[in-house]
Write a protein that binds this ligand. Structure first.
Ligand code: HEC
Ligand code: HEC
Length: 316
């Protein structure tokens, strides 16, 4: 009995130490398995790739969030929608977007389902007049009518369309990155430079904002905390970010901190696509978010660490 108790106490003690040490890591691995409904995923996937859901039949979600070769973005500064219309913001990746606490650069949508309404009805994206038009388009297709009927008692509705798309998006995770393998205990999964880059990423304070399972995507922050962003933006039309949603003075230049999971793969950078390379983007972060000087070899080690965050592309 006594031995057992002692052993139990030791186990608890070790558990606490390990648990505390693990919890102190500012980044967590992406879960390997997603809890989704396969029939909704199949329907959502079809909708995601369907150009019929645009006013001129030329644009689908995949036009601006290409899953084949562009890591869920279009790799352009700002996107092109129906009739060659240009938007004003850079297209973020849809990969791992289910892990973000809000959607859009200014966080104006709370969920993926709420998010999906906007591109469908945005005049410079897919250009439909309303969600009712989406319902009408799909209702004219017998395949869709029966596919919806198999899943939803009320058939084709705006809510069911966006729910299915969101369910598909939940499967778009890049699991098993070298860095996640390292976090799970494989000390050799990343290189010595990447380990150093991770230490620098923490010690310079990048993790104050880029943290959690998506290495970002879990808070709002001001762009230009330590140096006035107007110094950078003087020549450009300024996007006030979250202020446009809340009209609170303190939300001027505030944006959702983007995920860095696929950053090395998805140039150009920032809400306006103004940084062409990852080096430019990190230089701007160092200047405006940290307000300090960082030696080039430290910056490059951080970028090397960022490349260890890229996981396997989902099978589509
Ligand atoms: C014409 C290009 C275009 C099309 C088409 C498009 N998007 Fe987007 N998407 C964008 C841009 C640009 C943003 C950022 C807009 C903003 O933040 O104000 C965005 C943002 C998002 C986000 C938020 C990601 C994040 O990290 O905040 C998701 C999710 C998303 N789109 C999914 C979709 C889905 C689903 C569809 C199809 C129903 C779609 N998009 C169609 C360009 C497009
Ligand atoms: C005080 C918060 C904060 C700190 C500290 C910070 N960032 Fe950021 N980071 C942001 C915000 C906010 C954005 C989005 C800015 C925008 O586009 O408006 C961003 C954007 C980025 C981007 C562009 C991502 C994309 O997809 O466009 C990269 C890369 C980046 N940060 C890397 C870093 C690195 C590396 C560090 C440390 C050297 C760092 N950040 C420190 C808040 C921060």
């Amino acid at each position: 009995m006594r031995v057992k108790t002692k052993y139990g106490a030791l186990t608890t003690f070790l558990f606490l130490i390990i648990h505390t040490a693990f919890a102190l890591e500012p980044i967590e691995p992406i879960p390997l398995v997603q809890d989704v409904d396969p029939s909704k995923v199949a329907l959502g996937k079809r909708l995601y790739f369907d150009q019929k859901l645009s006013s001129d039949g030329s644009i689908s979600c995949a036009s601006c969030h290409d899953l084949d070769s562009k890591y869920g973005t279009d790799l352009l500064p700002v996107s092109t929608g129906v009739a060659n219309a240009k938007g004003t913001r850079n297209s973020p990746t849809v990969l791992n977007s289910a892990l973000n606490f809000r959607q859009f650069w200014d966080g104006r949508a709370d969920t993926l389902q709420e998010q999906a309404i906007e591109p469908l009805t945005n005049p410079v994206e897919m250009g439909l007049e309303s969600m009712q038009q989406a319902v009408a388009i799909l209702s004219a297709d017998n395949d869709y009518v029966s596919q919806f009927a198999q899943i939803y008692a009320d058939g084709i509705t705006p809510t069911n369309i966006t729910e299915a798309i969101a369910e598909f998006e939940k499967t778009l995770m890049t699991v098993n990155s070298p860095f996640d393998q390292y976090l799970r205990g494989d000390a050799n999964a990343i290189s010595a430079v990447q380990k150093r880059g991770y230490q620098l990423f923490k010690s310079y304070g990048c993790t104050a904002c880029h943290q959690g399972v998506n290495v970002g995507g879990n808070m709002f922050q001001k762009f230009g905390v330590l140096k006035d962003i107007n110094l950078r933006d003087a020549q450009q039309q300024v996007d006030l970010g979250r202020y446009q949603v809340t009209k609170n003075e303190w939300d001027k230049h505030v944006f959702k901190v983007p995920s860095l999971r696929l950053a090395v793969k998805t140039p150009p950078y920032f809400h306006d696509g103004s940084a062409a390379t990852i080096e430019d983007a990190v230089n701007t972060m160092i200047e405006f978010q940290l307000g300090r000087e960082v030696p080039v070899e430290d910056r490059d080690a951080i970028i090397d660490f960022l490349s260890s965050l890229v996981g396997d592309l989902p099978e589509i």
